[in-house]
Design a protein around this ligand. Structure first.
Ligand code: AMP
Ligand code: MN
Ligand code: MN
Ligand code: MN
Length: 280
């Protein structure tokens, strides 16, 4: 495909993690929004891939198997997206299963933390929005807190309850960035540092993360994301060039009600960057 004919969205979530649409409904939406290169990248699971792949095929959309791995760098949660992975690869599957299987215990601790501030049965409430207990995330708790009127939006729940220093926040041990990259590479995929603009790092810590990602063979930076404004896209484009990273893009679509950026609506990549799909 010629670059200009590619309309890509390489970051999206389904009900198999914390999105609200099925892979089939996402494929339908991708088609409606004229996406012709699409990746499903659920958090720490590949369970939706076969469904998404099949649905994309019937709609003539080029599909890329992906996963968004939860990692920790200097005690900050950092997401590493794997694209074009072999979703049957045992190393990758075992790696993400180990990460995923700590989610429920963390959710129990979060629920206890919410009880201490008088919010009862948060785990049960969150589970009503979640299809598999092992993929439970803060997003499911956020939906529950909105439902019971503790906040108007999910973003407000995060701000008031679920970020470091707030009462519902529980520190957690995720994978290491280098393990995530290595699992992705073992599965034949490319490793992308997701939405860099979202991380709360000092300038120096950011440089350490980027150096570490480069030194451990990280491949690409998610330059265009719904999390980035125009200036941030310019900034992360420069960083990608400086570090000689490939560039990726994605809406990080979860749900239209809670999300300002529809599937396929993230800005497409600036011309001067190397698109990540050149790697496959
Ligand atoms: P977890 O993996 O359980 O730590 O949850 C992280 C997920 O929560 C992300 O993938 C987003 O879907 C969601 N999230 C994180 N921060 C925010 C925010 N400020 N507003 C809305 N959703 C958020
Ligand atoms: Mn999410
Ligand atoms: Mn993320
Ligand atoms: Mn995501």
């Amino acid at each position: 495909m010629e670059n200009h004919s590619i309309h890509a969205d390489l970051h999206s979530h389904s009900v198999f993690s914390d999105g609200v649409l099925t892979p089939e409904a996402l494929a339908e939406r991708a088609q409606q929004n004229k996406v012709n290169l699409w990746a499903l990248t659920d958090h720490d699971t590949l369970e939706g891939i076969d469904f998404a792949k099949k649905a994309a095929q019937t709609r003539n959309i080029d599909f890329v198997a992906g996963v968004e791995i939860s990692t920790l760098f200097e005690n900050v949660s950092v997401h590493v997206v794997g694209l074009n992975v072999d979703h049957h690869n045992a190393v990758l599957k075992e790696g993400i299963a180990a990460v995923r299987n700590t989610r429920f215990a963390r959710a129990q601790k979060m629920s206890t933390a919410f009880e201490k501030i008088g919010i009862m049965n948060a785990l049960e409430g969150a589970m009503e929005f979640c299809q598999n207990k092992n993929t439970i995330s803060r997003a499911h708790f956020a939906r529950f807190l909105v439902k019971i009127g503790k906040a108007k939006t999910k973003a407000e729940v995060f701000e008031n309850y679920m970020i470091p220093g707030k009462p519902g926040y529980v520190p957690h041990q995720w994978a290491s960035v280098d393990d995530a990259i290595s699992w992705i590479h073992t599965a034949g995929g490319v490793a992308v540092l997701a939405h860099p603009g979202r991380y709360d790092f000092s300038k120096n810590a950011f440089a350490r993360l980027l150096d570490f990602f480069k030194d451990n063979q990280g491949d690409a930076l998610e330059v265009c994301s719904s999390a980035h404004n125009k200036d941030e896209i310019i900034h992360w484009s420069r960083v990608a060039q400086q570090y000689d990273f490939y560039a990726s893009l994605g809406s990080d679509f979860h749900d239209l009600i809670e999300h300002h950026c529809d599937l396929g609506h993230a800005p497409q990549l600036p011309e001067n960057l190397k698109p990540v799909w050149q790697l496959w």
